[in-house]
Design a protein around this ligand. Structure first.
Ligand code: MIG
Length: 794
């Protein structure tokens, strides 16, 4: 008998021919492998291999920006290699192997292939694809989205295959989100790799082999973007621009949110809302989890629990609460239910490979699932929002969109998601679930975002999603799913949000206090003290456990919770400015400390310290009864938020952390706007903005962005963007303010506080005229018109 052959394995061969034209080079090897290197921008190349004679149709849900300017590109056929270069980034391709290496503008080696590999996929056709890279000396890796481990990914391996991970832990993998982007940091420079492949994929950062890094997938192409940058942040910015920037959210979405599975009936919702106002704990938003629906039918209300949604939502709104409600992708099989009926008539539900509709049990029982990868289906879905939002729904929460299924009699073949053979349109590139799984949640949040836009074009949509793919930041904010109330999980939440943020998803947060189990009062407060720095700041917990509101832990903790949430409202203007920067440049709002000091090796080991925007450093207190906490402050000087005390950096300090304190520092040279505390963002017009200015020698700049906090008028110039430029010397301090935009600022004055002057001030001149001032325990205090041009202190 003839023995059957092994699955075909392909490696790259020798260069046989190449063709260079128009910023791109196509190379063909003697064994038929093709490589296309395409210059996108001076610091970004696209790399695409195929072992066959043909490439797949070129289609991606992630890529947003395609119209990059023409780039001056040079090409050279050198000894043993060909090179394509923009002057700032160069790709050299080895003629013996078609392997790539990338060099920065000083000829520094950034990244180098070790091997490329295709293994025939006998079951489904196509190949399992893999790229193996050499790890550079002391190279550090970051990224990959919501991984529940330290932001530094070295020595670990991961999978991307969106999974409902109830009760996950530090070693659980994969999780909910699918973000195939990572960043490498080493002495030779900084780069990012975006592996734009939606099949189940794997990344290894030196786990399997210490000196190697690899990424690959169970199908599709080796198709990645190589991005270099003069800083890790610049790499992340270019990635965010490539995959698309989000719009500004409504300001209230940066306020505090209160959630529970589940607030019902109506009476309970009203009671929770009332209590916030009674205790004067700021809150902008309240959530309705699945139980508001009629038998878990999406786009319906259970009228026994909520007899008059419109009245309820109107009353809540009058009291400053914006209502966010959950929707799920599973459509209850019930022909009397409009969504089911229409979906069937129009043939919009996913089907199995052989033709039957794909079904699976979720909350409503057996369900069908819209094929959100079909543009017509997204259109249909989005049309539901006009009626659905009508009672006054302000935000939409898309859950279970990995997609998640319950088990049928523990049928083992089912992974609690669709089987592989389910078919998808994939925007006119029909495929199986193997390819569409990782983008399903993203497309659901997209259709939802589009629906809100359509229904309320004058508003800024707010969507929050559990599953998504690269580029999904254009449509939705994210939370980290079903975590637990433990000290370990407080750390995990911190790590996940740092990683999400550097992976394009700055608008992220965790279930504060933990979803599963009950936190102690102390854990809840420590978690809040972290959560107020996450762009998405929400307490949420499961129905299986006790109440989790800021007042659920006794008087002492209620006071602490109030005080903590009030800080969020004080730094809201700062957070909003950081968000605006993210939405215009792609700069992550949260960054691991090391990202700001990539050459500082100590910074890379401080995984619980992070920066919020450019000026705030925070360390979360994640140890029970920790009354003092060690903090590493990097180079420069740092001021304590609490008392303005100045610390010299480049060393570890011990910081006292009684329950009402945690390490929260402002970088010397910063100007921080501090908003008056309100019970919700637009409770009252702002009368006066506080400006805290922290002395440092030399020049520094800070940005302060404002607008009305809702609507789209900011796009027509109704915003105010102020740049503060401060200059400090040993006997003078000069603050200049420049503003652009036409937004009419509601307040006329700043209450200024200057910290850390190294000299005793004699005079203050504002726009040249002398001004009275006070010196209160070392702080300089005075009031100026918000439109000042220059303050001179000497
Ligand atoms: O199977 O809607 O992650 O936030 O409260 C659980 C109920 C479904 C999972 C979400 C969680 C939400 C819960 N949902």
């Amino acid at each position: 008998m003839k023995s059957s052959p092994k699955p075909k394995k392909i490696k790259t061969g020798k260069l046989a021919a190449y063709h260079y034209s128009d910023q791109s080079v196509l190379l063909i090897s003697t064994n038929g492998v093709r490589l296309k290197v395409n210059v996108m921008s001076p610091k970004m190349f696209r790399v695409r291999y195929t072992p066959e004679r043909r490439y797949d149709q070129d289609f991606s849900y992630a890529i947003f920006k395609e119209d990059y300017d023409k780039v001056n590109t040079s090409f050279a056929d050198l000894d043993g290699m060909v090179a394509i270069s923009t002057g700032q980034l160069e790709c050299r391709i080895d003629e013996k192997s078609l392997r790539c290496s990338f060099f920065g503008e000083n000829g520094n080696l950034l990244n180098e292939d070790a091997k490329l590999e295709w293994v025939e996929n006998v079951a489904f056709g196509g190949y399992d694809v893999k790229v193996i890279k050499h790890k550079r000396r002391a190279e550090k890796f970051y990224g990959l989205g919501d991984k529940p481990t330290t932001p530094l990914l070295n020595g670990k391996s991961f999978e991307l295959w969106g999974t409902d991970s109830y009760g996950y832990g530090e070693t659980t993998d994969p999780l909910y989100k699918n973000i195939p982007f990572y960043i490498g940091i080493h002495e030779g420079g900084y780069y990012g790799i975006f592996f734009d492949n939606s099949f189940r994929s794997r990344f290894d950062f030196g786990k399997k082999k210490k000196a190697k890094v690899s990424f690959g997938a169970n199908g599709g192409e080796i198709n990645y973007y190589f991005i270099s940058g003069s800083s890790p942040i610049e790499v992340a910015e270019q990635y965010a621009i490539l995959t698309g920037l989000p719009e500004l959210p409504p300001l209230w979405a940066l306020g505090y949110h209160q959630c529970k599975w589940s607030y019902f009936p109506e009476k309970r919702v009203r009671k929770v809302a009332k209590k916030f106002r009674k205790l004067q704990i700021p809150c902008d938003s309240i959530y309705l989890d699945i139980d508001y629906m009629d038998g878990f039918r999406v786009f319906t209300w259970d009228h026994s629990r909520f007899p008059d949604p419109k009245q309820l939502l109107t009353d809540l709104k009058e009291n400053g609460f914006k209502t966010v409600v959950m929707i799920d992708p599973g459509i209850k099989i019930d022909e009397g239910y409009l969504v089911c009926k229409e979906g069937l008539e129009k043939d919009y539900f996913c089907k199995r490979g052989d033709g039957p509709l794909a079904v699976g049990p979720v909350w409503p029982g057996y369900c069908y699932f819209p094929d959100f990868t079909n543009p017509e289906v997204r259109q249909w879905w989005s049309d539901f929002f006009t009626d659905f939002l009508e009672p006054g729904i302000e935000g939409v929460w898309t859950d279970m969109n990995e997609p998640a299924l319950f088990l049928v009699d523990n049928f083992v073949q089912c992974e609690r998601t669709f089987p592989d053979d389910v078919r998808h349109d994939y925007d006119g590139h029909p495929c199986s679930h193997r390819k569409a799984h990782n983008i399903y949640g993203m497309q659901m949040s997209r259709a939802t975002f589009d629906g809100i836009k359509k229904a309320k074009s004058e508003k800024r949509p707010f969507v929050i999603t559990r599953s998504t793919y690269s580029g999904g930041q254009r449509f939705a904010s994210v939370w980290t799913g079903d975590n637990s109330a433990s000290w370990k999980h407080l750390k995990i939440a911190n790590w996940q949000c740092q990683s999400l943020s550097v992976s394009g998803f700055s608008f992220c947060g965790s279930d504060i206090g933990g979803f599963i189990h009950e936190p102690s009062g102390e854990l809840y407060i420590r978690w809040l003290q972290l959560g107020i720095f996450h762009p998405f700041c929400r307490t949420h917990s499961s129905k299986d456990f006790g109440p989790q509101e800021p007042w659920s832990f006794g008087k002492r903790y209620t006071r602490l919770a109030k005080q903590t949430i009030e800080i969020r409202y004080q730094i809201l203007a700062y957070m909003y400015s950081a968000f605006q920067r993210y939405a215009t440049t792609g700069a992550p709002i949260l960054t691991p400390l090391s990202w700001n000091y990539p050459e500082d090796q100590t910074a890379h080991t401080q995984d619980e310290e992070f920066m919020v925007g450019k000026h705030i450093l925070v360390k979360s207190v994640s140890r029970k009864k920790a009354r003092t906490t060690k903090v590493y402050l990097p180079e420069g000087s740092w001021y304590s938020w609490w008392n303005g005390k100045k610390y010299k950096g480049h060393k570890k300090i011990n910081f006292n952390t009684p329950l009402d304190r945690f390490p929260f520092f402002i970088k010397a040279g910063s100007v921080i706007p501090v908003r008056p505390v309100m019970q919700y963002v637009d409770e009252q017009p702002i009368n006066e903005m506080e400006l805290r200015i922290y002395f440092d020698k030399g020049h520094h700049t800070s940005n302060f962005y404002e607008d009305i906090g809702s609507g789209m008028a900011y796009k027509e110039g109704l915003f105010s963007d102020k740049v503060f430029r401060v200059t400090g010397t040993k006997n003078s301090f000069n603050i200049k303010q420049k503003r652009t935009g036409n937004y009419k600022i509601p307040y006329s004055r700043y209450a200024v506080k200057i910290y850390g002057l190294p000299f005793k001030p004699n005079t203050i001149k504002v726009n040249g005229a002398e001004l009275d001032f006070e010196c209160k325990n070392g702080e300089l205090v005075f009031s100026v018109r918000q439109s000042f041009r220059q303050i001179m202190v000497s």
